[in-house]
Design a protein around this ligand. Structure first.
Ligand SMILES: [Zn+2]
Length: 70
């Protein structure tokens, strides 16, 4: 888990905060209804427990800012 991180734009992170969504750090799937402090939720796309809320992403250093992956 330690090496997993995702690159998103700051706009995307802001959207996650506004919409209370999380993101999977493995596949980049955005998950709805994820609290900002959520950690280790199951990803509905890849099935791994790697969905994090917007605050946890930053706190854990799982996110780096850049262009969207997709
Ligand atoms: Zn996933």
């Amino acid at each position: 888990m330690a090496t997993e991180f995702i690159t998103v734009s700051e706009d995307t992170l802001r959207e996650l905060e506004d919409e209370e969504s999380g993101i999977c750090v493995l596949c980049g799937e955005i998950a709805a209804n994820v609290e900002p402090d959520a950690a280790g939720y199951e990803c509905c796309n890849c099935g791994e427990m790697t969905v994090y809320g917007s605050e946890e992403l930053v706190i854990r250093g799982l996110v780096s800012f850049g262009e969207d992956d997709d």
